[in-house]
Design a binder for this molecule. Structure first.
Ligand code: ASP
Ligand code: MG
Length: 825
């Protein structure tokens, strides 16, 4: 037989042979395979048949007569599919076989019904019949298609011994049986029953639930084949469960070890134990999709390529974390043995163990349903120590999950663990315990189950999805908001390519309506889409929509001028959203609220960025922060913080009436619709309060001494009336100007904060050479006089208002955020 081509095994699971059409599909796949190789097809029972057969025994055993109905329905199902698949002679022959088998089953089950008990052997005998029929159906169909072939009844070939724990293959006996069989069945294609076998004494047995994969691997070894194909209903092994991570990718290659690690963590594509014979003989295993046969699938073999450190991620849920702690454990040999020995004798399987070298505590994870049992076992084992206080009671944390990263290459990639835990930290996931074996093939962290999916998404995107993806919602598509969208549109591609940052605007809201989009909103047509699709605003829905779903990070940009959104800030942070805000209202609410927002940001590890609150795009807030963070001492902060007032006093030199200049400023769009909002100095007060709080001062808006420019007679009237009576301001202003000029001074609207906490805002007469005389247009200027910048203050100057620069500042905050979250700088 050596002149022949080598064998390949193709295993088709229950879904691949669900009904007659699927059997046809199996033939199509097999006949399209490389003709030169010889093929052994291992089949499962039709999906659901094994379950149903087991149920008939259970029902008979418990004297539920309806077992008969169930058995009949299994019989009918097979007859129906056979009739749909086969023509007259073959069909009738097979139906006769089936009829005979069911006759026997009826008798066996009647026996069970009578004696009200069923041995494991009876369960095995009955539950394996699905494969016996399935192999014959497929074989008959192959023959009908003109293939010279036969089926192999594994109950006559595969010899096993069953211990309590495992199935042991008798390789010698099995090999002899197979060699004998092959002498009489010299075909290039054979169909083999999966799942079933027999013991040395001829008792029929099975390999255990889902045992057909094992059959494939065992026959792979017996046939000395060079490849095993597991045909299933997925495209291959994914980098993570694709139901939880839509971006999960198919892994082209994996080593046996990697599959073992990953399979343990719920990625149930191939069970590790079933691979053992294949590993021994170094036979590669392919995972292929019956429903998408042209897809390459995953190849599992020893020397799988692993360029990336981490191949995949997985989680196990429904665990408890137990902690045993006490001075009685330090340096005492045998504590671990007693601890885990007590668990072993209670039949508890430990999923993860972690002990620090202080030996002061041991913590471990177990299946949640075994928590009480474990607790009792340990308390009993350490009764004396607990009584004496040498060991504290067992601490239990329920509802935990394990998240694991798996990959052969982690062993030689420093920084992998760092990246893993940094990603978890950045998305605010609390790690309760950690384990990494010295094989370095797996890093596991115990986390709260409610954070498991987010954790999975975060680490997956940190390693597998190259882009730092941000789900962003914009509130307030006004002048700044829409300018930001335009700026983003122009840079979006560069960001993706250059920095691997993928900003997805997925929601836009104004004060009444919102537009939520599952996919990112195309920025060249957001206005049309908003007009067409916006629905009435609902903050809960808005937040829910933005919240990290399949994307690990989300942010809201609050670009309104309203104070009504301030109460939402804490909520957003608590829900996991980062906040970027050019709006000053939240930061100038009460000190109490200000601190609560910061506490929420800290508690939920979220960022709140507002660099545009003072000076728009100018680096004022950031500079102040850097000075403080590096230990400088702020003596005085002084500045012209209003672009409007800057413009007005840069123009006003007494030659023109003050009212004319205000009017002109309003016409040019440099003032608020109601210029009194600027002239009152309130906007400047807010900016000064923000700077003061940044230095650590406890300053409220009302603490600022403000001398506004609006005479009290003009405060309570309409805007139009105010504009018509504006000239009433001319005389007093001209008076001030004359006085100043007489002393060679200039007038500027200045905000000043001194170290002692005094804050004042108002018109000041300054020496003509003062740095504030240098400003022009709508410039802002700030000077920081500090311990380090003492002789010469640090000065920042430039246009401090306008949509372009403000939007750019918001954009810069967004990029800063993505860097904090791990994007390239
Ligand atoms: N039919 C058996 C079961 O469902 C074996 C298999 O499908 O792998 O457990
Ligand atoms: Mg199955």
């Amino acid at each position: 037989m050596n002149h022949k081509q080598q064998w390949k095994i193709h295993k088709f699971g229950g879904t691949s042979v669900l009904n007659s059409d699927r059997y046809k599909n199996v033939f199509l796949i097999v006949s399209s395979l490389v003709p030169s190789s010889r093929k052994a097809v291992v089949v499962s029972a039709m999906k659901g048949v094994t379950d149903d057969l087991i149920k008939t025994v259970e029902m008979a055993q418990h004297q539920q007569e309806s077992y008969k109905n169930l058995l009949e329905s299994i019989y009918q199902r097979h007859c129906t599919e056979i009739k749909a698949l086969l023509g007259a002679p073959a069909r009738d022959a097979l139906l006769a076989v089936i009829e005979r088998d069911f006759h026997e089953l009826r008798e066996i089950l009647r026996g069970v019904w009578l004696v009200r008990t069923a041995s494991n052997q009876i369960y095995d005998l009955v539950s394996g019949m699905g494969e016996v029929w399935s192999a014959q159906i497929l074989n008959a169909y192959f023959q009908l298609q003109g293939v010279k072939t036969d089926w192999l009844d594994a109950r006559k070939i595969l010899v096993i011994e069953k211990t309590e724990q495992a199935v042991v293959i008798n390789w010698r006996a099995s090999q002899e049986n197979l060699t004998r069989w092959q002498k009489e069945h010299d075909y290039d294609l054979v169909t083999i029953t999966g799942f079933v076998a027999a013991t040395v004494d001829g008792t029929i047995a099975t390999l255990g639930r889902n045992g057909s994969d094992y059959s494939a691997s065992v026959f792979g070894a017996l046939f000395d084949c060079d490849e095993i194909f597991i045909w299933t209903d997925v495209d291959g092994i994914h980098s993570a469960d694709p139901r939880q991570i839509p971006e999960a990718t198919i892994l082209k290659e994996m080593s046996y070890n990697e599959v073992t690690e990953l399979a343990y963590f719920g990625a149930k594509v191939v069970h590790p134990a079933t691979m053992v014979p294949a590993i021994k003989k170094q036979i590669p295993i392919w995972i292929k999709n019956t429903f998408n046969p042209t897809c390459l699938g995953t190849k599992i073999f020893q020397d799988a390529e692993s360029s990336a450190p981490v191949k995949g991620f997985s989680t196990i849920d429904k665990l408890s974390l137990l902690n045993v702690e006490g001075t009685g454990m330090v340096g005492v040999p045998g504590v671990a043995e007693r601890l885990f020995g007590s668990l072993r004798s209670s039949g508890i399987s430990v999923v993860l163990i972690s002990q620090a070298s202080s030996e002061h505590s041991v913590c471990f994870a177990i299946p949640e349903e075994q928590t009480e049992k474990a607790q009792k076992a340990i308390e009993l084992a350490f009764f004396a120590e607990i009584q004496q206080g040498l060991i504290q009671n067992v601490q239990v944390t329920r509802n935990v999950s394990i998240i694991a990263a798996v990959g052969d290459n982690m062993a030689c990639s420093p920084g992998t663990a760092g990246r893993f835990f940094t990603a978890l930290g950045r998305s605010g996931v609390n790690v309760r315990a950690i384990a990494q074996g010295s094989s370095e093939r797996n890093i596991s962290a115990v986390i709260d189950t409610k954070e498991a999916i987010r954790a999975l998404r975060t680490v997956h995107s940190a390693f597998i999805v190259p882009h730092q993806t941000l789900s962003v919602g914009l509130i307030g598509p006004g002048l700044i908001g829409r300018t930001f969208l335009r700026q983003l549109k122009e840079k979006q591609l560069d960001l993706k390519k250059g920095r691997e940052v993928d900003v997805k605007i997925r929601a836009i809201a104004n004060s009444k309506m919102m537009y939520l989009s599952e996919k990112e909103i195309p920025l060249n047509q957001w206005e049309e889409l908003f007009a067409k699709n916006a629905v009435p605003l609902d903050w809960n829905k808005f937040t829910e929509h933005l919240k990290p779903s399949h994307l690990p990070h989300a942010a809201v940009i609050e670009a309104t001028a309203s104070s009504s959104l301030t109460p939402l800030y804490k909520e957003w942070l608590a829900q996991g959203l980062h906040i970027i805000s050019p709006n000053k209202k939240a930061n100038t609410d009460s000190m109490d609220e200000y601190l609560k927002i910061r506490a929420a940001a800290k508690r939920y590890s979220r960022h709140f960025l507002y660099s545009t609150n003072v000076g728009a795009g100018l680096p004022i807030v950031q500079t102040l922060r850097d000075l403080i963070a590096t230990g400088d001492e702020i003596k005085i902060v002084q500045g012209i913080l209003s672009g409007t007032l800057s413009y007005i006093f840069n123009q006003y030199d007494g030659t023109q009436p003050f009212s004319e200049i205000v009017k002109k400023a309003k016409e040019m769009g440099f003032t608020e619709p109601d210029p009194r909002e600027d002239l009152s100095g309130q906007d400047v007060v807010r900016k000064l309060v923000i700077l003061a709080r940044e230095t650590g001062m406890n300053l409220e808006v009302d603490d600022v001494e403000v001398q506004g420019l609006v005479p009290s007679a003009l405060t309570a009237i309409s805007v139009d009336e105010f504009m018509s009576r504006l000239a009433e301001m001319d005389a007093p202003m001209s008076e001030k100007m004359k006085n100043a000029q007489a002393q060679k001074q200039i007038l500027r609207f200045v905000a000043t904060l001194s170290q002692d906490g005094k804050a004042r805002v108002g018109l000041e007469a300054l020496p003509a050479q003062h740095v504030f005389s240098r400003v022009s247009g709508t410039d802002n200027i700030v000077l920081f006089k500090t311990k380090r910048y003492f002789e010469q203050p640090l000065v920042i100057q430039g246009p401090g208002a306008g949509p372009e620069v403000t939007a750019a500042g918001v954009f810069a905050d967004l990029l800063r955020l993505s860097q904090y979250l791990g994007a390239l700088p």
